[in-house]
Design a protein around this ligand. Structure first.
Ligand code: ADP
Ligand code: MG
Length: 260
């Protein structure tokens, strides 16, 4: 891992609404994700996790502080096709097929479509039989998988994933976790994943961050002492379970602050 910054939040302050009724979502939120590093974010509901990702994607203005992705502004990286996002409200275009939705980032950045890459990702997320289907013909979990494939299609330098596996059944979730780990290991995208699953965070990430209750800031950071290319057997090891227990305790300690 190099020390070049892949994603930097520097003392971000972010509130919603006008000054009298403002809701403060993030305060003194600072986090650096090294280039190629995979960081998972855990935190109580409503603590500002999605806000942090939207800020990194350039979708929300900051009150103060700064964000840079791959050394650039989010808007610039998006124009270059260097930012992949899969958010909860996976905005698929209903009139396009699964394949066409996954091809969208090529069209938005004016690049020729790499059909081999598209087919590979459709297979990865287990939708080969649905490439010609429309989103309305898919389950919520299948739509999420389209959104994950779309976020990966341009091999982005920075990948932002907001609970991308939330609506999936346990078996699919485990399969996609293993496959995502394999792909990201090969592509080395700088990745920030928000998840509510402590096990998923520890299985996938190089480092796990726990946020405080709202307004959110970083409360605890833990490096995960396992290499890449993890297999599911690791999830029953004593070391894995000890880290899960430590992080779960850190999350629980915030119960009094849970705002949502
Ligand atoms: N668009 C918005 N307008 C007003 N308040 C918002 C908006 N989005 C989020 N919030 C509030 O900001 C806080 C953080 O929200 P969010 O980042 O979605 O939390 P999380 O993803 O951790 O559950 C919550 O209290 C939420 O109600
Ligand atoms: Mg959220």
């Amino acid at each position: 891992m190099t020390s070049a910054p892949g994603l930097v939040f520097d003392s971000v302050e972010k509130s919603y609404g006008s000054s009298r009724t403002a809701v403060k979502a993030l305060t003194r939120f600072s986090l650096t994700v090294a280039e190629g590093e995979f960081v998972a974010v855990l935190g109580p509901s409503g603590c500002g996790k999605s806000t942090a990702l939207r800020v990194a994607a350039g979708l929300e203005p900051l009150d103060s502080g700064a964000v840079s992705v791959a050394g650039e502004s989010p808007a610039r990286l998006i124009r270059e096709g260097g930012l992949g996002v899969a958010f909860q409200d996976n905005a698929l275009l209903p009139w396009l097929t699964v394949a066409a939705n996954i091809e969208l980032p090529y069209r938005l950045t004016g690049r020729p479509v790499d059909r081999g890459r598209v087919a590979e990702l459709i297979a990865l997320v287990g939708l080969s039989d649905f490439a010609a289907s429309r989103p309305s013909q898919l389950s919520g979990g299948m739509r999420q998988r389209v959104s994950i494939a779309r976020s990966l299609v341009l091999s982005p330098r920075v990948l932002l994933l907001d609970e991308p596996f939330g609506a999936l059944d346990a078996v699919t979730r485990h399969r996609l976790n293993t496959e995502l780990a394999r792909i990201l290991d090969a592509e080395r995208s700088t990745t920030l994943l928000v998840t509510h699953s402590v096990e998923e965070a520890v299985f996938l990430a190089d480092r796990v961050v726990v946020m405080t209750g709202r307004p959110g800031r970083v409360k605890l950071e833990t490096s995960i002492p396992f290499g890449r290319g993890r297999t599911k057997e690791i999830q029953t090891s004593g070391a894995f379970l000890a880290i899960v227990a430590e992080l779960t305790a850190a999350l629980d300690a915030d119960d009094a602050d849970v705002a949502a």
